[in-house]
Every structure is written in C-alpha cells, then in structure tokens.
Design a protein. Structure first.
Length: 604
C-alpha cells in the first residue's frame, strides 16, 4: 500500500465533508424551488374556459373566449389521455418493482435483516416515477398556454414552452440529488461504527454497494417509461399520420382526425415522462458507480471526498439556473431564426460555464493525490486528472450534440440533401436517409472512444465514471430542452385544431421545428452518456468483484459477447414490431369511427 502520510488531505480539502453535504442539499432544494417558480410562471398565463363539453366553432366565430375555450377543452383531452396512460403504465411498473424488491431483499440482504439495498432501490424507482409524472403534468398545462401566447407574441410563446421544460429539468435533478444525499447521510450514520474502525474501507464499499440500489431502481423505471412510452408515442404518431394523410386526406393535426389526440398524448408520455426516467436512470447509475469505485481509494475514504460525484451535479444546478436566465430574461426570441439559436446557446453556454465549475470542485473537494488499490496499475491519480476526465466527458457531450444537430437540422446539408432526394420518390429518400444516419454516428463514437481512452489512462475506471458524470453535469439544461420540444409540438396541434389563426400556427410551427432539432440533440446526449454509464457500471462491478482482468478470448466470455451484441438488434426488432402492430390497430379503430360516425369527417 502507498504511503498516505505524504499527502496532506486536510489541506487539500477546502470543502469539508459537512460543508459538501450542506452545499449538495442546498443546491438540490434550490433546484426544486426554481422548478416550482417556473410552475407558477407557466400557470400565471390564464386561459379562458367555460368548463364542460363544447361543440366546434361555427364558421366566423373567432372570439378570444371561444377559441380559448376550445383550447382548454382539447388540452384537457390530452391531459386526461396522458394521465390515463401513465397510471396504467405505472401500475405494472410498481408491481414489477415490488416483485424485484422482494428478490433483492432475499439475495442482497444476507448479512442483515435491515433492507440496506432494497430501500434505496425502492426510493430510486419511486423518485423516478414522481419526477416523470410531475414533468408530464406541467407539460400538458404548458402546451395550451403556449398556444394562447402564440396568438400574441413569439417571445411569450417561447418563454412559456421553455419554462415548462425548466420544470422537468430542475425538479427531476433536484429530487434525484436530494433523495440520494439523504440516503448517503442516513447510511453514514448506520455504518458510523464500522467507518470509524480499522476496516473503514471495506465498510465504505459495503455501504456504497447498498446505496447502488438507488441507481438500479431508477433504471428499472426507465425501462418501462422509455420503451413503453416510446412505443405508444410512435404508434400514435404513425397511426394518426397514415389515417390523416393517406386514408382520409386530412391536414396534419386536423380536428377531424381522432388519432391526433393520441399523437399529442404520446409526445408527453414518451418524450417527457419517458425521457425524464431515462436520464434519471443514467444520473443515478453513473453517480452510484462512481461512489462504489471511490470506496476503493484509501485517500478518498479517509477524507470523505467521495461526495465529489454529487458535487458535480450540484454545481450543474447553479450553472443551469444561470443559463436558463439568459434564455428567459436576456435573449429576446422576437424572430423565428432566434429560436434555434437560443436553444443551441443553452447547450454551449452551460458547457462553457460548467468547465471552470468542474475545475473549482475538483481542486477543492479532492485530495491532491490518491490511489485506487483494486483498479489502478500503480499510477497516482491527481485532482487535476480528475478534472480532465470530467471536462472531457462534458465537452464530448457538446460535440456529440453539435454533430447530431448538423445531421438533423434543416439548416445544414444532410437534411437538405434528403429533402431534395424526396422529390424523386420514397426509395431515394429511404436510401439516402439511412446512409446519412449511419454516417452520422462516426464522430460521436470517436468522441466516446477518446473519452474512454483518456479517462481510463488518467484515472482508470474512476476516470470513466467521472467522464459519464461530466457528460451529465448539464442535465438540467438537457432535460429542459427535451421538455420544450413536446410542449411546442402540442401547442401547434392545439392551434391547428382550434383554428386559432395563421400567425399563431406559423409561430408554433417555428417553435416545433426548433424543438425537433434540439430534441435530437438531447437523444444523442442521452445515448452518449448511457454508453459511458454502462462502462462505469461495469467498472464498479469489476472493482467490487476484485477482478483484475476480463479475458474475452475464453469460450464462455466470447460467446456471451456475441449474444450481447445481438440483443440490441433483437430488442429493437421487438419494439419496432410493437409499434407497427399498435399503429395498425389504431388505423382500424379510426376507420371504424369514421364509418360508424360519418359526422366526424364533416367536423360535426
């Protein structure tokens, strides 16, 4: 073991452990309060409603009260649909979580009847459920208010949609961080005697292994939310589009199409609640993996410097608030071309501001030098190397987002090339679209590979876990932009279905177009971070299992590698098949309604 007396741990820590706990709790509460503040700002936009069932407007009836009445009626249908779906989905999710919790209890709690792993697992699952549900509820209230504001001002419409996204970003991150730090403080008390004994390091490993159940709970809910919500979203989208544009020759978002409401519901349950659960799982898993690996360092355990992963997320909340202020109070979105620019600035500015924040946190929270007995090859890790790992993950996320935008935005060559090919038929569109899609992954994969290589070289598996946390450091901003997209999309649908005017429709179309591009950026960000998180989790497993090497050339390991490579394709095939089956059933049902109720075609 290395000589630890040569390292002055107390002098290296400007942030004491107690101060770190206070800072993390304060930032988590601040994040939740900021989210609630934006709830009030969204709800302060009043939309006139008589209440009850209404009939469609007669031609020429264009009073503000009548239009807003229809807006609220349609928004209520979307809200009821989203709530009904989530209740049904969460019922099965909770059943699965409870069954899995029983399995964890009887397999992980062998040394004690105290459910040390089961409780964090349940807390992670239910925190994810609550966060996604809150985000969805504000989204279905922000959409109608965005639609109303679009009739008056582009800037006001943008701010309303953006503030709805802010609620998802800050409430989710704040709750995730607050629950995790509370679990850590409680478990430090439970393990207090063991942490004060000579076997402190083994006690820390045992403690963080139990806390890792928090990440497992979050990822369990993410599986249901992302896949279940995603299948519903795409099935409803495909079904509504095919009926509207092919079967009945209706305009997009036509009120005569019964599938439009389902399409709008899908945007909320898939891209709000589903994406929120997905990124919550990534955050929880990356943090817990980093904590488990931290426990293998004598210096980090002795100095309680294992709070550093949580400090990264806490610092990201402060940066996120500053960045959000720029969008809502400084950068006036009074022209269409400013929408996408403002959203892109959110990603760029948050990355720029987060870089010095990471440096400050690394220098003040970590020892100058520390070692990892079970995962390091004799080299020392320094606080500066830790900063480099987190910053590399942070900037890799920005590059991945930038190239995702390049291949998905109508402002650049790839999309324009596909649009031009579409004039020659469906076949060139599909071929070129697939080709560009395959090509688009090159730079993101190289960024992830570079992050893995450099981070592993500097700090082994701990460095990879920090790179994952660095990519997730601006999670509040990423979730905000993800939440903004479905809100703007729903607003456009509500404007179209209520015949609220050409100007309002043009504005919501512009908001939606920018949201579609930035949503693609968010998905690239989520996939990149998931890759690093997966490797970090593997590193935590290797660390805890005391494995020095994994030989993939042995028959069993190599066979497992091949099977693992096959699973994503098989899983994708099942989800695509589910989307196709659900869309077909939806088309059949809509055609039945058209046949049995002919008045739908006439809007009566």
């Amino acid at each position: 073991m290395n000589n630890h007396s040569s390292i002055s741990l107390d002098s290296a820590l400007a942030f004491s452990p107690s101060n770190q706990e206070v800072f993390i709790v304060a930032c988590a509460i601040l994040s939740i309060l900021f989210g609630l503040y934006n709830v009030m700002r969204v709800l302060s936009v009043k939309v006139h409603s008589y209440g009850g069932q209404i009939e469609l407007q007669e031609e020429g009836e264009t009073s503000n009260e009548a239009i807003e009445h229809q807006m609220m009626h349609i928004a209520k249908l979307i809200q009821d649909g989203a709530t009904t779906f989530l209740k049904e989905e969460y019922f099965y999710t909770v059943v699965f979580v409870l069954i899995f919790a029983v399995i964890i209890f009887f397999t992980a709690e062998q040394d004690s009847m105290v459910p040390l792993t089961t409780i964090p697992f349940l807390l992670g699952a239910f925190t994810s459920i609550i966060s996604g549900y809150i985000g969805m509820q504000i989204a279905v209230r922000a959409n109608v208010r965005t639609a109303k504001e679009a009739r008056h001002s582009l800037d006001r419409a943008f701010n309303t949609a953006f503030r709805g996204g802010l609620v998802l970003g800050f409430v989710l991150v704040g709750m995730a961080l607050l629950v995790l730090i509370i679990i850590m403080v409680i478990y430090k008390g439970l393990f207090a005697a063991e942490l004060a004994s000579p076997s402190r390091q083994e006690a820390a490993l045992k403690m963080f292994e139990a806390i890792a159940g928090y990440g497992l709970g979050g990822s369990t809910v993410a599986l249901f939310g992302r896949v279940g919500g995603g299948i519903y979203t795409k099935a409803a989208d495909v079904g509504a589009d095919l009926v509207g544009k092919v079967v009945e020759n209706l305009d997009e978002d036509s009120i005569k199409n019964p599938g439009v409401i389902a399409d709008n519901v899908g945007d909320n349950v898939g891209d709000i609640a589903g994406m929120g659960s997905d990124l919550f799982g990534s955050f929880a898993e990356a943090t817990c993996a980093s904590l488990v690996i931290s426990a293998t360092s004598h210096e980090l355990v002795q100095s309680n410097a294992f709070y550093f992963p949580l400090m990264i997320s806490a610092g990201g909340i402060i940066v996120g608030i500053v960045t959000a202020f720029l969008a809502t109070n400084v950068m006036a979105v009074d022209q269409v071309e400013k929408i996408e620019r403002t959203l892109k600035y959110q990603i760029g500015v948050s990355t720029l501001l987060m870089t010095p924040m990471l440096y400050i946190l690394a220098m003040t929270c970590l020892p100058e030098e520390f070692n990892f007995e079970k995962v390091s090859e004799g080299g020392k890790v320094t606080s500066f190397k830790a900063f480099v790992c987190t910053a590399l993950g942070l900037w890799s996320g920005l590059v991945i987002g930038g190239f995702t935008e390049y291949y998905t935005s109508a402002s650049y060559g790839p999309v324009q090339k596909v649009a031009k090919a579409s004039t020659q038929g469906a076949a060139p569109n599909i071929i070129l679209g697939l080709a560009l899609g395959y090509r688009s992954v090159a730079i993101p994969v190289l960024c992830i590979a570079l992050s893995i290589f450099v981070s592993f070289s500097l700090a082994n598996m701990y460095g990879i876990s920090l790179a994952a946390l660095g990519m997730l450091a601006t999670l509040t901003t990423a979730l905000t932009i993800d939440g903004y997209g479905p809100i703007a999309d729903n607003a456009g649908g509500i404007v179209e279905m209520t015949d609220a005017g050409d100007i309002a429709r043009e504005r919501t179309d512009a908001l939606d177009a920018a949201g579609n591009t930035t949503a693609a950026v968010g998905k690239g960000f989520a996939i990149g971070s998931a890759c690093l998180v997966g490797l970090a989790l593997f590193g935590a497993f290797v660390t805890r299992a005391n494995m020095e090497v994994v030989n993939i050339l042995r028959p069993l390991e190599f066979a497992g590698l091949i099977i693992g490579a096959m699973l994503p394709y098989y899983f994708s095939a099942m989800t695509m098949e589910a989307v196709g089956d659900a869309a077909s059933l939806m088309i059949v049902e809509i055609k039945r309604q058209f046949d049995e109720m002919p008045g739908i075609r006439d809007g009566t």
